[in-house]
Design a protein around this ligand. Structure first.
Ligand code: NAI
Length: 254
């Protein structure tokens, strides 16, 4: 098989949540395959910037708090990326947030914030990118869903609702955009060691049953997402639309 299928040289990829965790793992994977990176994050993105530079790729940081961003702000991110990088080929919606409370007490303001960051921003950043992709006749959108796109989880009703929605939005966008040369797909991470899951990994009552259920016998790492992201961002996936790919060490099959 030709490596040209997976070559991203000259492509520009926007990655939300690129400062750390899975978003960072994906940004570095895409840069390793040749892509230039537009990183969207709230705070500093210096570590990602350094590593992208080491890989010899261009890097642009556009700071944005997705909890506060309006639809117009999201459109502006895409417009700036196109203007400053000379185009945009790939969007990865990896930023996400979670808060844990009993359903009996789940606060409304946290519901709104989790739905805003994990679902509404995914939809409207995709809309903005898709407008550009439709003009040029091609593009790739990769959404980071969750095992809680198909399971309810514990203490995370807003997160589960938003992540179920991410799969719905992925399918809905794909159905309309596939004919325009735009591939929209999603990745379901299993249990991946990042800041988001650190409280679970540190709690023996949660960690032990989680580990016991993962057929691969270990938590995932952000670098486990590089390969699947390169596949979904490259020509190799041109006939994949609304695919929901689990990268979970087998968790969902158990
Ligand atoms: P993380 O907490 O390490 O990283 C989350 C990223 O999202 C950070 O870069 C953070 O700055 C960004 N972010 C959060 N709120 C934001 C906001 N308001 N505005 C801008 N950026 C914001 O988490 P992790 O684990 O890397 O999560 C990445 C994605 O993977 C998320 O969508 C998460 O829901 C998903 N996921 C993670 C799993 C895991 O086991 N770690 C499992 C399933 C899904």
């Amino acid at each position: 098989m030709s490596s040209e299928l997976f070559d991203l040289t000259g492509r520009v990829a926007m990655v939300t949540g690129a400062s750390r965790g899975i978003g960072q793992g994906i940004a570095l994977g895409l840069a390793g395959a040749g892509a230039d990176i537009v990183a969207i994050s709230r705070g500093s993105c210096e570590e990602t910037e350094r590593e992208v530079a080491t890989l010899g790729r261009r890097f642009l940081h556009l700071p944005c708090d997705l909890a506060e961003a309006s639809v117009a702000d999201l459109q502006k991110l895409v417009d700036q990326a196109v203007e400053l990088m000379g185009g945009l080929d790939i969007l990865v919606n990896a930023a996400g947030t979670i808060t844990r409370h009993s359903v009996l007490e789940y606060p409304e303001e946290e519901w709104d914030q989790v739905l805003q960051v994990n679902l509404k921003a995914v939809m409207y950043l995709s809309q903005a990118a898709a407008r550009h992709f439709a003009e040029v006749g091609k593009g790739k959108i990769i959404n980071i869903a969750s095992a809680l796109s198909v399971q309810g989880g514990i203490l995370v009703p807003a997160y589960a609702a938003a992540k179920h929605g991410v799969v719905g939005v992925t399918r809905s966008l794909a159905n309309e955009l596939a004919a325009k040369g735009i591939n929209v797909n999603a990745i379901i991470p299993g249990y991946i060691l990042t800041d988001m899951t650190a409280p679970l990994a540190a709690d023996p009552d949660r960690n032990e049953p989680i580990l016991a259920r993962i057929p691969a016998g270990r938590w995932g790492k952000p670098s486990d997402f590089a390969g699947v992201a390169v596949f979904l961002a490259s020509r190799a996936s041109d006939y994949c639309d609304a695919s929901i790919i689990a990268v979970d060490g087998g968790w969902l099959s158990r």
